[in-house]
Design a protein around this ligand. Structure first.
Ligand code: S3P
Length: 425
């Protein structure tokens, strides 16, 4: 469905957000391996996390929703023989469900077949299969790298030394989860990373005992990747500000906010507390922005915000450059190509690079970019592109049409309604 996003002159407000999607996935998926019930509050209500919930239900987890709480009970999850009928687990659009599930299934004896939607079916799975195979898991990808993925699991694994060359947090998590089933006497698995990304799995595993409850209840802090669109929009307008409440402040996730500050926006990070993950409030105010260079070592801490940064760079003074971001080409769409196509439709001077892009910013804090209502930006059913293009539309003179608007439900149901409330003038 196409949506017309109208322009704005001023934005502002105070918002809280559903729980972080990455942490939500991990808590839901790990419930398969827990022999007791956990209680989650502020679990993300997005489509991707619903996909993880359905998958764990199929494996035998009992899911109850009472008010704002979600109870997950893995005590009835059963192992199966390795020659039983395969259990099909549908992973929808969710790379996180697919890749983390591979690690979980390595710990649960049985036969499984993982399937996904059109976009997920094109995404690389060998990156997870390879280390798991070295850990002793019988795992096969179709056409060498893709879905369906077939796993015959004995429920026991061997330890490895794993070099995470793509810096993927999903792959790292799969290896960490599979290591929960190491055979007796195996040394711990070692993971080597040059530019470490999100560490939510390791943090959770420190809190969890598979057999006996240590902590049974988890409040999930607001998703910094969802909040980023509102922070980015506030940064683009004079006299505009946003107060983002109870946001996850894990260092491996807030690179975008640090870059926004370096570009000249006023960004205040107020830490509230730290439980298993740190959280707090973020206040962002619009100021004149300058261009910036981002290199590969910084990418993992802002991997899901790079497209949005591309939009913000289009309004900053001077040249901005992103390199070392090749991973964006294997996300829900080829995000580098799609961003550049969109920016060029608005005559923004930019260039696609194999591992990033260069943008010549227009430096317009008090004004908008010339557009006409007939421009249709294609987001290739990719939620992050769709939400980023909506921020571009706010800064356009006449608004913009954006394709596939329903795809925002993948990570942020209600996004466009929120954005409507955010526009003050
Ligand atoms: C995620 C890791 C990142 C990120 C994705 C969620 C996670 O993917 O882009 O949205 O929850 O671990 P990669 O691990 O492929 O970089």
């Amino acid at each position: 469905m196409q949506i017309f996003q109208k322009p704005a002159n001023k934005v502002g407000g105070e918002f809280s957000f559903d729980g972080d999607k990455s942490i939500s996935h991990r808590l839901v998926l790990i419930s398969v391996l827990l022999r007791y019930e956990i209680c989650l509050s502020n679990l993300s209500r997005c489509e991707d996390v619903k996909t993880s919930l359905k998958a764990v239900q199929k494996l035998g987890v009992r899911v109850r929703e009472i008010g704002d709480f979600t109870y997950l009970d893995g005590s009835e999850v059963k192992e199966h023989s390795t020659d039983s009928e395969p259990i099909e687990l549908y992973c929808g659009n969710s790379g996180t469900t697919a890749r983390l599930l591979c690690g979980i299934l390595a710990c649960l004896k049985g036969n499984y077949i993982l399937t996904g939607d059109e976009s997920l079916s094109k995404r690389p799975m060998e990156r997870v299969a390879q280390p798991l195979r070295r850990m002793g898991v019988d795992i096969t990808c179709s056409n060498n790298d893709c879905f369906p993925v077939i796993i015959k699991s004995t429920g026991k694994t061997k330890s490895i030394i794993f070099e995470n060359i793509t810096n993927s947090a999903q792959v790292k998590s799969a290896v960490e989860l599979a290591s929960l089933a190491l055979c007796k006497g195996e040394p711990p698995t070692q993971i080597i990373e040059t530019n470490p990304g999100r560490d939510h799995t390791a943090r959770l595993l420190k809190q969890i005992n598979l057999k006996q409850p240590v902590i049974k209840s988890f409040t999930i802090p607001g998703d910094p990747s969802s909040a980023a669109y509102f922070a980015g929009a506030a940064a683009l307008f004079n006299n505009s500000s946003v107060n983002l409440k109870n946001i996850l402040l894990n260092k491996s996730r807030i690179g975008f906010y640090e870059i926004l500050q370096k570009m000249g926006a006023e960004v205040e990070i107020i830490s509230n507390n730290s439980t298993y993950e740190p959280y707090g409030d973020i206040v962002v105010k619009g100021k004149k922005l300058r261009g910036i260079t981002i290199t590969g070592d910084q990418i993992p801490t802002m991997i899901d915000e790079v497209v949005l940064l591309g939009i913000i760079m289009s309004f900053a003074d001077g040249i901005s450059e992103v390199s070392g971001a090749r991973e964006l080409r294997v996300k829900e769409s080829d995000r580098i190509a799609a961003l550049i196509i969109g920016l060029k439709q608005l005559n923004i001077i930019c260039e696609e690079r194999e591992d990033g892009f260069v943008i010549k910013g227009q430096n317009i804090l008090n004004g908008s970019l010339k557009s006409n209502e007939n421009i249709l930006l294609k987001c290739f059913n990719d939620h992050r592109l769709c939400m980023s293009f909506a921020i571009l539309a706010l800064k356009s003179s006449n608004g913009l049409l954006i394709s596939d608007s329903e795809c925002v439900n993948i990570s942020f149901p209600g996004y466009f309604e929120r954005l409507k409330n955010f526009i003050l003038e």
